[in-house]
Write a protein that binds this ligand. Sequence first.
Ligand code: HEC
Length: 372
Amino acid sequence: MATFRGEEIEILVNLHCFFFMKVHGNRVEKNEMKKKSRLRLLWYYAIGVIAVWSLFTGLSLLWHHKTTHANALDAARIEAKETFLNHVIYRSWNAGHGGLYARITKKTQTNPYLDVPERDIQTPSGVKLTKINPAFMTRQVNEMAFEKFGYIGHITSLNPIRPENKPDAWETFALKKFEQGKDEVSSLEMINTEEYMRLMRPLITEKGCLKCHAKQGYKEGDIRGGISVAVPMKPHFAIKKVNFKSLVLIYCSLWLTGLIGTFFFFLILNRQVQKRLNVEEELRHHEKLEGVIEMARAVCHELNQPLQTILGNSEIILLEDKGRQIHSNRVKLIKEQAERMGEMTRKLIKIASYEIKDMPQGKVIDIEKSSH
Ligand code: HEC
């Protein structure tokens, strides 16, 4: 077991510090910084992935919201169109009969604009009847639809027989579009602070219509006017709201899952990279120490020759000095110190593997433990 005195260890510590800390010190610090910045970069990637994921889910939700809104409008449009088509069918049936007779009541009075023979008749028992033309019937059906379902319907024309049938601004615009060849106009409109889907389609003059409208100069296929229908958006928007709520819930859980997944993925990746960087660092450290030891060994080998010369010559001087005792004490001291140096170099040469210990100057090789 080799024994070292404090001052000898200090020399070695200084030697190590000189070679390792001073020469490689900067590089060690740089490596530490590099390691930190590589790990930080990893978290920047994670933030990037999360940002892209959030943007993607956010935009998808926005797109979905737009789709649900468009779906609500489409549903209302279909409803309005169906209402219009129902009007067309019963009107066509009425016109096919050249008008229908109904009992005169408070609500159903004679139509002063209907100019046909036998407009008002009486049954054999004396019940008074009046002819109901399709437009009159439509007006009454519209009134009922508004009372029962809140639907607004209006039969109109750019050239009305009955002045009250004149179109409003929106209907005038639509009727003009029909004359240009369009067959449907629809849009979301506000009526009395409520949102409605307004839809209008033209009423085309059929053969049955000519019984009453031929005198105004209409021919079969002409646009006689149109019916505008307004469907309340409230129930459609209520459905949209429910749909959108569940959509938000789905998107939020999807986003959160992605977020947690990304976090854990990068956590594992971070650990893996950290492990690898540590191994790399240890390897570098090891290589450097090997180099230092290699050099120390080489120096010791080189020192051996001069030490042998000093020892040999000291022996000769001591032999020659025998009896006179002039230089003996000094030469003995030289020999002793040279032997100590020899002992030290022998130990250093023997270092095959090394042990590291922490010193105030940093990590150093523990010669004591390493040289046996
Ligand atoms: C029995 C007679 C009669 C028949 C058949 C008839 N109409 Fe009329 N129509 C009238 C009268 C009268 C008015 C005007 C008063 C009113 O509003 O009732 C009118 C009004 C209209 C209006 C509203 C604009 C306006 O001029 O006041 C349109 C549109 C219309 N008719 C289209 C048609 C079409 C299309 C047909 C065929 C499917 C048809 N009518 C068949 C008698 C008739």
